[in-house]
Design a protein around this ligand. Sequence first.
Ligand code: SAM
Length: 375
Amino acid sequence: MVDLFCGAGGASLGFHQAGFEIRGAVDIDEDALDTYERNLTDEGIVDFEPLQADLEETTFDEIRDHFGLEKGEVDVICGCPPCQNFSSLRDTTPWPEDEPKDDLLRAFVERIREEKPDLVFFENVQGILSSGEGAYIKWFRNQMEKVTREEDTEEQGGYGVNLKLVNAANYGIPQRRKRTIGVCVYGADSDDIAVRSPTHTENPDEDDERERWRWVQDAIVRDDLVNLSKGEKQDDDPAHRARNHRQKTIDLMEAIPDDGGSWMDLRGTEHEDLIRECHQNIDSGAGSAYGRMAWKEPAPTLTTRCTTPSCGRFTHPEANRSITPREAALLMTFPREFELPDRISAAERVVGNAVPPDLVEAMLYSPTVEGMFPS
Ligand SMILES: C[S@@+](CC[C@H](N)C(=O)[O-])C[C@H]1O[C@@H](n2cnc3c(N)ncnc32)[C@H](O)[C@@H]1O
């Protein structure tokens, strides 16, 4: 497997857990690559250093050369291109004139076309399904259906594409995280590709084969994590360190009820004046800012600002501080010992950007393409 847009290695770890051999990984971000190297290269999970390159400009021939791979040797390309780039394109492949454009999605398809592996695994935000009234996804599907190996006819070639919106909580991740997962199989009919059914549910009944959702407490209540106050850190775990919030923020957190409360609970109470000015006249929305996570629920979607209290429901269920990078990594199912960047802003970014390893592992047990997978 070769991991494009590999980030800190969440998807790579999931592939590793499922028994795949990872032979290359590429990203542009130095913090992400450094994290990948510290955890996957240094731990012997992969035997290469990930490549720092711009995937808009780096061909798969160059990627193959860099990692010492033969053409056709790669069975799987995994790719999570960020879809935030709406700039205009060098127009080499037809893309409807009046529709929104995305360079990185296009670059991803170009890299696939240069290798044509058996399987392409794709992860993206929920919004890609609806962006531009479905234009991106329609374009992606169309392009993939047309990719044909030299030795094949058009009928034999092309990728079958199954794109499914999944909630990570339904696969045992202690986080509500809706993502588009794509499984594309060369030469297959799209209708024959099944994405795995949920293994977890919110309220399983007695004869349900699915397990209960995993909650915040299932991931972050651990004997090996010290209870921290603002600004403190655990000596033997540099990633378990709390932000040094301003007193104004601490006052607000103190007033917000434990276990799932938010600033909205302060309305009409003696603490009403602590509500941020920007929230005072809001009826809904922005309700999650400064909110506390609930012990017995999955965490909300962790973003690239997931240790910043003003950016979402990222405050600890009880302590007067936001979650630490370590707690965020555990809510993403990264292993306990996974090392993170020292700068908290870099740590929250690489964690928030990741695909939860256990979600990838779960997705790789597809009932219809199992013949391709390691036992
Ligand atoms: C959604 S994240 C991928 C997360 C990763 N799959 C994981 O599981 O940890 C997208 C990644 O694309 C990278 N990226 C953005 N633009 C890029 C480019 N032009 N070339 C290569 N990588 C790029 C970002 O640095 C980021 O790490």
